[in-house]
Each structure stands twice: as C-alpha cells, then as structure tokens.
Design a protein around this ligand. Structure first.
Ligand code: 13P
Length: 336
C-alpha cells in the first residue's frame, strides 16, 4: 500500500464538514449502554441497533466513516446486506477497533496499558479483506495522585506506535487515540500538562517506529477539567487550551485530528468543536469521532420501541451528525 493511498483515505476521513461515528463498543461496553436504557444485550439487539445507526437516511452528508467492532464488521442488515457493503455503497469508510482493551500495568497501581499487539498483523489482514480501511487503538491515561507515571505513558505510546506501523504495512490508516480521562477532580491546567506530555511521547514513538504521519489520524481528548473539579471551564477556555496543547505537540503534516466525546454532554462536545474551528484556520482539519455524543439521545428513544422508533431515532442520529458536521466547519448555530 502506497503512502499516497493511505493519505487519500486519511484526508477523506476528515473531509470538510464530515466526521466519524464511533460505534465500536465492545460487547461489554455496549452491555452497559443497553442496560442503562433497559434492553437485553443480545447479539440480535446489537445487530439491529447498529443497523438502525448505519441505515440513517442521509448519514453520508456529514459522516465520512464509522468505527466498527469485531462482531459488527461481520454482520449484515436484516435484508442480508453486509454492513461494510452498505457503508461503501454510501461512501462511508469502514473502520475497525483493533485493540483488546486496557489491562492493569504491572508495577503501577491505578494505571493501565492497552493490549492487542500479538497476532495483530494477521487480524489487520483479515479486516482489510472484510473492507476496513482504517483502524483505531485506544490508550487510556488516568489522572490522579502521582499518576500518570512516565512509565505508563511510555508503554502506551510504544504500543500505539507499534500498532500504527502495522496498520500502515497492511494498508489501513491508523487512528491513534491516547485518551486522557475526564474522571477525577483535577483542574484544567493539570489536564493540559498531562495531555501535552502524552502527545509529545506519542509523536516521539511514532517517529521511532517510522510511522508516516501523512497517513495517520489523531483521535484526541479535549483539554478539560476533571468531572469532579469545582472550577469548570467555559467553552472558549476549553477550546483555547485544547488548541494550544495540540499546536505545541502535533506536527502540521498530520492530515487531521478528530475528537472523542469522553463523557461530555452532547451540547458541550458540539460547542467545543465549533469554538475551536471558529478560532481557525488551524494547521489541520479538526473534526469529531464521537461515540456517546453521537448516539446517546438516539439510543434512548430507540430502546423504547426497537421496531417502531427506528425512523425517529434515525432523525436524531442525523441531527447529531449535522450539528457536529457544522461544528467541524465552525458554523454550528445551535449554541446561540
Ligand atoms: P466517546 O465519544 O463516547 O468517548 O467514544 C469515542 C471512542 O471511540 C472512545 O474510544
């Protein structure tokens, strides 16, 4: 796979006014989301839910790609059309989550390292054959007393870089995601400092492993105060801090940065992205790769009547995609 093809895919992922819908919840994670709205976590419910999302009329107006889970990339619509075919026919690029989740980091209580490198080359080959053109790996960084440690940051960056190099070898664009969690009572300055160190370490590791940045997408967390911090930040403070942190750490050659929502409200996630783009132009397109902030409202409604509410739930998905697509252009007016 040439770097030009990888770069082309990466650029399409962050095409103007478009972003990614993350529907790559593992079966354990979707179990929590389903439980919260009172529906059983059966394979058929997971399939029907993802079908509802992916068959949203007009989704491709604002969505360039969707991140799937291992089970989902093998599933089809009720009518028998494989999800990946449906997506490609609609101009939506199939992506796949390839990490195997965070595990406790030995010797560092309270910290985790993401696993999944063993056998990854073969899994990537299979996913490419199934139609995936980009792949996501999420590292998780906790902020707390005396954490994160340098060792934890380094272990996660190394894994991210190894996975990214393997992706490019196999023709998939790596979407590298170092998520600094919002959990805790730390202030926004602490989040800034941690995020800066994490991003520096990540781009060092990508360089060490010969990852081509032209064919890489960063999935970043925003610089925000901890959920339990007494002093919360304004929309503009979050936008300014996040931009400053990214500008000082992320090379301009990167084709784009997309954000996770990380537990922010739908309105905050959209408003923050919109504010950053209004402060532009920026060195890279800034867009979204939201999971919860794309799905929560639609899931709630769909759960009340799995068959009867499909069309209305899809209207909500489309509205969230449109709002975030406008925010990716700095043209969202819903905050006014
Ligand atoms: P959230 O937007 O819900 O944080 O999910 C995005 C994601 O893919 C996390 O890995």
């Amino acid at each position: 796979m040439s770097i030009e093809q990888l770069a082309e895919t990466a650029q399409a992922m962050v095409a103007a006014g478009k972003g990614i819908i993350a529907i790559d919840e593992s079966n354990n994670t979707i179990a929590k989301r389903f439980e919260a709205v009172g529906i059983p976590n059966s394979e058929e419910n997971r399939r029907a839910y993802r079908e509802m999302l992916l068959t949203t009329p007009g989704l491709n107006e604002h969505i360039s790609g969707a991140i799937l889970y291992d089970e989902t990339i093998r599933q089809s619509t009720r009518a028998g059309v494989p999800f990946t075919k449906l997506m490609r026919d609609n101009g939506i690029i199939p992506g796949i989550k390839v990490d195997k989740g965070p595990q406790p980091l030995a010797g560092f209580p309270g910290e985790v390292v993401t696993e999944g490198l063993d056998g990854l080359r073969d899994r990537l080959k299979e996913y490419y054959g199934l139609g995936a053109r980009f792949a996501k790996w999420r590292a998780v960084i906790h902020i707390g007393e005396d954490i994160p440690s340098g060792s934890c940051i380094e272990a996660n960056s190394h894994a991210l870089a190894r996975y990214a190099a393997l992706c490019q070898e196999q023709g998939l664009v790596p979407m590298v995601e170092p998520e600094v969690l919002m959990d805790g009572s730390h202030d926004i300055e602490t989040c800034y400092e941690v995020t800066e160190v994490v991003l520096r370490s990540l781009f060092d590791a990508l360089y060490q492993q010969s990852v081509m940045l032209e064919g890489t997408i960063l999935k970043a967390s925003m610089v925000v105060p901890g959920k339990d911090c007494e002093e919360q930040a304004s929309i503009d403070e979050v936008a300014e801090s996040t931009l400053m942190c990214l500008k000082t750490t992320v090379p301009a050659i990167l084709p784009g940065i997309v954000f996770l929502s990380g537990g922010q409200s739908d309105a905050d996630a959209t408003a923050h992205l919109d504010a950053m783009n209004r402060m532009g132009p920026q060195p890279w397109p800034l867009s979204f790769s939201y999971g919860r902030a794309m799905q929560s409202a639609a899931l709630k409604l769909w759960a009340q009547d799995l068959v009867g509410n499909v069309a209305r739930a899809q209207q909500i998905v489309h509205a969230r995609a449109r709002d975030n697509g406008l925010a990716a252009l700095g043209q969202w007016t819903g905050g006014a």
